[in-house]
Design a protein around this ligand. Sequence first.
Ligand SMILES: Nc1ncnc2c1ncn2[C@@H]1O[C@H](COP(=O)(O)OP(=O)(O)OP(=O)(O)O)[C@@H](O)[C@H]1O
Length: 765
Amino acid sequence: MGNKPKSKSKSKADRKERRSAELDEISLLNEWIESQKPDSGSNPLALKPLPDNAPVGRLHDGSFSAYSAATKFSELPLSKKTMDALKKAGYVKMTEIQRASLPHALCGRDVLGAAKTGSGKTLAFVIPVVEKLHKERWGPEDGVGSIIISPTRELAGQLFDVLKTVGKFHNFSAGLLIGGRKDVEMEKERVNELNILVCTPGRLLQHMDETPNFECSQLQILVLDEADRILDVGFKKSLNAIVSQLPKHRQTMLFSATQTKSVQDLARLSLKDPEYISVHEKAESATPSRLQQTAMTVPLDQKLDMLWSFVKAHLNSKILVFLSTCKQVKFVYEAFKKLRPGIPLKCLHGRMKQERRINIYSQFCEQRSVLFCTDVAARGLDFNKAVDWVVQADCPDDVASYIHRVGRTARYLSGGRSVLFLTPSEMKMIDKLKAAKVPIQVIKVNNMKRLQPVSGLLSSLLVKHSELQELAAKAFIRYMRCIHIQKDKDVFEVKELPIDKFAASMGLPLTPNIRFVKKLKGKQLSVGESSVLELETSIKRQKAETNKLREENLDLPAELLSLNDSEDEDVEKDLLLSKQTENEGIEKSAEFGDAVLPTRISKKKKKLKINIHRPVGTRVVFDEQGNTLPPLARVAGANNDDDLSLLDKDKRNEYYKKMREELMKVDKVDKVLDRQRRRDKRIKEKVKRKRGLGDEEEGSDEDLSGSGADEGTNGRKPKRSKIYFNSDSDDDGETRGKKESAIDDSISLAEQEALALKLLDAMHQ
Ligand SMILES: Nc1ncnc2c1ncn2[C@@H]1O[C@H](COP(=O)(O)OP(=O)(O)OP(=O)(O)O)[C@@H](O)[C@H]1O
């Protein structure tokens, strides 16, 4: 008891001592920063680096070392707490953007920083944030001292992790405020105690609007990561609303690999004489030098074949595949998953639940796998273990989007490769990329025989799984809309696309009708083979839809989300119209909810009466002379009355029934064969073990399905490996039993081959 007051006073004395040491450190740092400030507008990279082992900080003569010439973190005027954290994380030497921007940022200047993807921009703003609040001795009672805004939730999460690393030994409170989290009420209670907010614009605005007493009037630093994206039209409204609630007197930092140069943008943020730091402006290329970039022409109707072949040829890699819409991501992921390529597959898009998004993101960081994603993963993400390949299966909106997508590989000092698929009409994108200093090499696919066709397999899959058919139709419609509303008409043009062939390549039995507006700029558009397709959108609508579509993939404030819902309804309506035409009735419409149905359907019904049912194996049609015709030629040239027989619902149902029965038969045989194979394998292993060859046994289930087996000398994979593999590695804890039961859900190898042969035969007759 008697000791208690003593220890209390000791700890009080300790605290006092620590406090005074901290104050001394802060005053020394301030003196150092002030005395060696780099000239405004100067480029620290142009200075001669400090010699090795040169004294740092206060020198013998009372002056300070020149931190603007620093090449290592230890040469900067940083607090011991930050230095210790950087050391602990293994950061010693600075990257160019860090060298160029930190000296300016540490002395409180506004910074507009641009540097290639993966070049370390995050530390360039996180360090000044932490240091500023440290030097101001910011505490819980001071409220929000810094806000870091990111366009996507995943990126915000990543920035928050970096902040935790750098601020490890500091005492600030920091919070991650992103959409999709259920605990918003709890967040509201605590947000006023947070010193640093890492957030997406939508969630920040929600707190500004809804949280009682939420205020940032003391804000010291505002950071916009991926600034050009946040300043883009999609976030314009929310950003303006946010900025209007922030004090004008603050430090502001904007970073991106593709920086905005718009004076208007900067005016919106009230920057004060910002330092423009563009470290790679004079570099030969706008992309990382260790990145090998290729592009190839892939007709739209062969894209899935090419993608499938690519995945099958790179089973040992970590691959990021970009597609232009959520629906496509869903379709390609679901369809490929059922075909079990031999590598775990994952998908990531803006419409997924937040928890799942986070799981997928962290799983992809750890595993060799293929991640199909929208542009939600295009910016900023630094997947832990290097991504080997970035595949842009759909052309990016613009050059900036290309640069960010490929930037998910070849980060910091590592290498990486990327490939861009362009349809013949999109090849102009190459000129645009080259003009923007992107060293991309166009390659030809020499051996088309190596292409593994997947369309036939998809047709069979769609017959077997009706939900997949709906997904395919939605993906098709969404893709067409996406191309239609793209701004850059040099590159994106719907009328150049082989629409029917594309639908067929997705396994769709018929081409869905699309409720596009009739005229574009008052001109009637013909859309090739698809005479039923009408384009009705005006330029104004086009612009609005481009924005909506862009926003779809990102973390949006509520009012923008509702725009996207209406966009979704449009797709549902298109789909519904297709279904209706197909079914000659509206009995199926109930599936989509009453809200979507009304008047439009009855209005459109008459217009869109041509629609044939084109089930698997009947795509080839012949003219009177016995020549083959393209799929819809029959419809285009035929008398409607005759064709109505093709729409006979009973006939079609009968056909599907037959097809299903056939598949089930094949399935049964395949299961027996499969069981037999497994039994044989077990016997073989037993024999091996008995002979003492146990240690030469092959690996686990996962290994068997992986690429090791695939990269045999003749490129063929032992059949068994496909059978045991469950490509949806989302289910990590899956038991063997579950894996086996998943087989029933997919098409077996024997079946795939049989169907593929059947389809190929039919196609090449
Ligand atoms: N000084 C450093 N020393 C070692 N590694 C670093 C350093 N700075 C950054 N890195 C590492 O480099 C990688 C890329 O950094 P970061 O994510 O900040 O890049 P970026 O420039 O923001 O990229 P993007 O433009 O894609 O957002 C990260 O893994 C990070 O840990």
